[in-house]
Ligand binder design. Structure first.
Ligand code: NAP
Length: 315
């Protein structure tokens, strides 16, 4: 497949790039700069492999583009609408990261409720020895009611783990599923019924800023929000205010608006546990995702059959 030219805009997982380079002719450019490539090179690009997505301008700059292989299950940074208009295939990497992301989500939940990161900082600062035990945590995981916003592949893996902790589980999504958990057809309804909101929904125009003041008020002063989905799903300024004024108790966030920029107001909050988008970030899981990125390209360029096209391709 060496005659096929692939563009990898932005930073790509190193092992994935190496495998791509062994099979295809690969061009590199900065993230979001496909349109700045020299025309002769741009016009030969037939595939894109990306961790940072590709915009309409990027897609339109590549007239021979057939296939975009996204590294990650969430593909909000790829302009799928533009790809559909132009008949371009888009694939992503579902399932291979479900268990890793679910482990991270549960770790983040426990860290948030039981303040484990802050208690380690306390020990390392010598305060245990000098000041005595770390203060008792206001919250406990025990007896919590967990509301899952987005009971999909990863949401179900989280629910399975939460069941083993004895948590009561409910969910909100557009569709009621054939599953034993309590269903709510509105997000505010779910937030009223639980005290812990786990966000695993994708970043889309419909979910944007859907976790807002009203949802936080419904969750209440013992409320905990965990976001392992996408930063755009939360109204971030309203979340900061709710954490500052006690509308909710605490939040654990793996994803943010405008990553990797995290506002100072959030960094200053003692009741927020913050992770740098590490949900799937183990060597093993990233290798599995990278293998699927390449397999999708190979599937497309051998017989027009990518392994895991995004759902919009089936419409
Ligand atoms: P999935 O199987 O497609 O599940 C997504 C769920 O969200 C579905 O249950 C869907 O239910 C619900 N949903 C979608 N749009 C909705 C809407 N407008 N309103 C209410 N619910 C909606 O996806 P997945 O594989 O579990 O991945 C979920 C997301 O996790 C990804 O899109 C990605 O953004 C994020 N993620 C983050 C990390 C990380 O490192 N932090 C890693 C992997 C994935 P209905 O169709 O019934 O509405």
């Amino acid at each position: 497949m060496k005659e096929i030219e692939i563009l990898a805009p932005g930073k790509l997982h190193a092992a994935t790039l190496a495998r791509l380079q062994s099979m295809f002719t690969v061009h590199l450019c900065d993230a979001g700069k496909a349109h700045e490539m020299e025309a002769g090179a741009r016009e030969k690009i037939r595939g894109v492999a990306t961790m940072s997505g590709i915009s309409r301008a990027g897609i339109e700059a590549l007239p021979a583009l057939e296939m975009i292989s996204n590294f990650g299950v969430g593909y909000d940074a790829v302009d799928v609408g533009c790809a559909v208009e132009r008949g371009i295939m888009v694939s992503h990497t579902p399932n291979v990261l479900n268990e890793e992301v679910a482990d991270t989500a549960i770790g983040l939940l426990i860290n948030t409720v039981r303040e484990l990161p802050a208690s380690e900082v306390y020990l390392r600062a010598g305060k245990w020895k000098n000041n005595g035990p770390y203060p008792l945590t206001r919250a406990t995981l025990q007896g919590r009611r967990l509301g899952i916003y987005g009971l999909g592949r990863i949401g179900k893996s989280i629910a399975k783990r939460a069941e083993s902790f004895g948590l009561n589980i409910a969910y909100f999504g557009r569709t009621k599923q054939d599953i034993a958990y309590e269903y709510h057809d509105t997000l505010v309804g779910l937030a009223k019924a639980v005290d812990t909101l786990m966000i695993v929904a994708p970043g889309t125009p419909e979910t944007e800023k859907s976790v807002d003041e009203a949802v936080m008020q419904a969750l209440g002063p013992n409320g905990v929000i965990i976001n392992i989905g996408r930063g755009s799903v939360i109204n971030q300024p309203q979340l900061i205010k709710a954490l500052e004024d006690g509308t909710i108790l605490a939040a654990g966030l793996d994803v943010f608006d405008d990553e990797p920029n995290v506002p100072d107001a959030l960094l200053a909050l003692p009741n927020a546990v913050l992770l740098p988008h590490v949900g799937s970030a183990s060597i093993a899981t990233r290798n599995a995702m990278g293998a699927l990125v390449v397999d999708n390209l190979v599937g497309w360029f051998s017989d027009k059959m990518p392994v895991t096209p995004v759902p919009e391709m089936n419409n």
